[in-house]
Design a protein around this ligand. Structure first.
Ligand code: ATP
Ligand code: MG
Length: 580
């Protein structure tokens, strides 16, 4: 296929224009700023591909910055998982920063704002403050504490930090404009008190913590970020982002960045990723985990990076998906089918094919000797370069119950007594001769004869039959647990639904089957899949084995697998429901 020249997305266009104009001396610096209050989800990956992608493409650097300004919700567990997931996706950061690294500088900046009459301590409740905000067309009401003397503000803010004031009793607000049409300018909160939780890095050092709007732009500025890329909901925050930076950059340059008075970071926004039949919010995901509605953050139904990994998604497929959907300035919803389509396309090229029987019935080949032989089958038919595997064959096999009918019409091409020839996948042609049944009339054994001259790979192997069926040899077959995953939610857009999102879960999102698989999968039965993590060229390679179970779908070996219990997760079915 012809490689098409990919057109630039709108942020790449901005970057190229900035480079052409010689802005920031040609320096390109981005950051990915997760809050370590949950695991990364596929929405974050969209931001990751943008932030790291821009840096990669334009010889810049992308730093990882943990936006750890709310100790009540954050934890090192999340920090570790975020690093691991980014590495697994194949990206590398320049440095790791923490917003908490700047608590001292931000505090000093807040003091400076108070001294300059640009901030005040408000003693009203959160409800009172909210009530006074006004509406976009109606001015807000000034707090009675708005015009406190500077000295009093300084004393109270210090008392807040000293732990002398109860959590929730006071906040520090910027004194900007209670009538501004942009509600974010109506004296936004800069600092709040959090004493109930120690911070995962700074412990009990701080009793006041900066709000997003007071921390984010400043952190970008201290680090020298040139392009601060985020999602569209921050468009309305951008003027405030610029306002705070205006107070100490440009003509007000205060030496807080090594890049001089002309430098300032700029914020750009793209559309969030939303996918049908799932949710894209850490808060909701945390609820699902905490309430046991899924098996954990890495439950294969979760849209988290670790969930997708356990489901069998590859970094290549996830990145290809991001390439397909692109970046715009309009919010939308992406069909989950496209995500599945992308992993299917990837696995189609790489996953070895193996036989598995989901509803087994025994087949006895009456004219086959009482011995066994080893057949050799290609991992992917027609691709000998992708390797072969051995399949044990003997007179007793398992086949799918549905592949045999005692009485069949002439539209049924699979096994049925009466001279119909059927090929056993990668082996011989057989004809059914009859069956045994139990007292209830259920078939217990199917009988057949085989043609010794019809073996696949020999001349007789070219003989065509109308149907080919799967089989596994009885003695060497392995029992496996197949976890058949489906969409987590029963409705297309759970976030837009009036009902509680937990009531909208798909009751059939996990169906467990006990199946028989061919013996070649024995090599997967070992403890500690996850122990196979290794760093290769800075990328974390987690060695998951992917297979196509013929006629059933793509599966991946689950880490729950032990030396005597094989667990396979269905990544996706074979059928592609995604129509372009
Ligand atoms: P959530 O709403 O799930 O808690 P968040 O935006 O609070 O997500 P952060 O950790 O603050 O999570 O996000 C880090 C970065 O990832 C931000 O730049 C944010 O814009 C981006 N991001 C988060 N969700 C999405 C999404 N669905 N699509 C694209 N980017 C996203
Ligand atoms: Mg956030």
């Amino acid at each position: 296929m012809e490689e098409q020249e990919k057109s630039l997305n709108f942020i790449e266009q901005i970057v190229e224009k900035d480079l052409a104009e010689g802005k920031n001396d040609g320096r390109i610096q981005t950051r990915f700023p997760p809050e370590p209050n949950g695991y990364l989800h596929i929405g974050h990956v969209k931001a990751i591909c943008m932030d790291f992608g821009i840096a990669e493409k334009y010889n810049g650097v992308c730093n990882l910055r943990f936006d750890d300004t709310n100790p009540a919700k954050e934890d090192v567990e999340y920090v570790d998982s975020i690093e691991r997931d980014i590495r697994w996706l194949g990206f590398r950061w320049g440095k790791i920063f923490y917003a908490s690294d700047y608590f001292e500088q931000l505090y000093d900046l807040a003091i400076r704002f108070i001294r300059e009459g640009k901030a005040y301590v408000d003693e009203q409740t959160a409800e009172q403050i909210a009530e006074q905000k006004g509406t976009p067309t109606e001015a807000g009401v000034a707090s009675p504490y708005r015009d406190r003397p500077v000295e009093e503000n300084l004393r109270l803010f210090q008392a807040m930090q000293n732990g002398e004031i109860e959590e929730g009793r006071m906040v520090l607000r910027a004194k900007i404009d209670m009538a501004n049409p942009n509600m974010h300018f109506r004296d936004p909160i800069m600092y709040r008190i959090i004493t109930s939780h120690p911070h995962h890095r700074t412990g009990r050092r701080w009793n006041v913590y900066p709000m997003y709007d007071f921390a984010h732009g400043q952190s970008d500025y201290f680090e020298g970020v040139t392009h601060s890329i985020c999602t569209l909901e921050f468009v309305v925050h951008r003027p405030l982002y610029d306002y705070f930076i205006d107070q100490f950059a440009g003509p007000n340059f205060a030496g807080l960045s090594p890049y001089g008075p002309d430098y300032r970071p700029h914020q750009y926004e793209f559309n969030r990723l939303n996918i049908t039949y799932t949710v894209m919010s850490k808060r909701k995901m945390l609820q699902l985990v905490k309430e046991g509605l899924v098996a954990g953050w890495d439950d294969p139904r979760m849209p988290t990076v670790c969930g997708l990994r356990r489901r069998g998604y590859t970094p290549a497929a996830i990145r290809a998906f991001m390439d397909k959907i692109g970046y715009t300035k309009v919010e939308g919803m992406i069909d989950q089918g496209l995500l599945e389509h992308t992993i299917r396309e990837d696995l189609k090229e790489t996953a070895p094919r193996v036989c598995a029987i989901f509803d087994p019935v025994k087949l006895v080949i009456t004219n086959y000797p009482d011995s066994s032989e080893t057949l050799v089958a290609e991992n992917i038919d027609g691709h000998p370069e992708l390797g072969t595997r051995e399949m044990r064959f003997s007179r007793e096999l398992f086949i799918e119950r549905g592949d045999f009918l005692e009485q069949a019409d002439n539209k049924f091409y699979r096994l049925s007594p009466g001279g119909r020839e059927v090929r056993l996948k990668s082996s011989y042609i057989i004809q059914a001769t009859g069956c045994d049944k139990d007292a209830e009339g259920n078939i217990t054994t199917v009988y057949a004869t085989y043609d010794p001259d019809s073996k696949s790979g020999t001349e007789g192997g070219n003989r065509k039959t109308k149907a080919t069926i799967n089989w596994v040899e009885c003695n060497s077959a392995l029992d496996a647990e197949a976890r058949l995953y489906d969409r987590l939610f029963a409705v297309e857009n759970p976030s837009a639904d009036e009902r509680d999102f937990r009531e909208l879960l798909n009751p059939e999102s996990l169906v467990v089957k006990h199946i028989k698989v061919e013996g070649s999968l024995r090599k997967e039965m070992k403890n500690g899949q996850m122990a196979n993590d290794q760093m290769v060229n800075d990328q974390m390679v987690i060695d998951y084995s992917h297979y196509q179970l013929l006629k059933q779908g793509y599966f991946v070996v689950d880490p729950d697998t032990t030396a005597d219990h094989l667990v396979l997760n269905r990544t996706c079915s074979l059928k592609d429901n995604y129509l372009k």
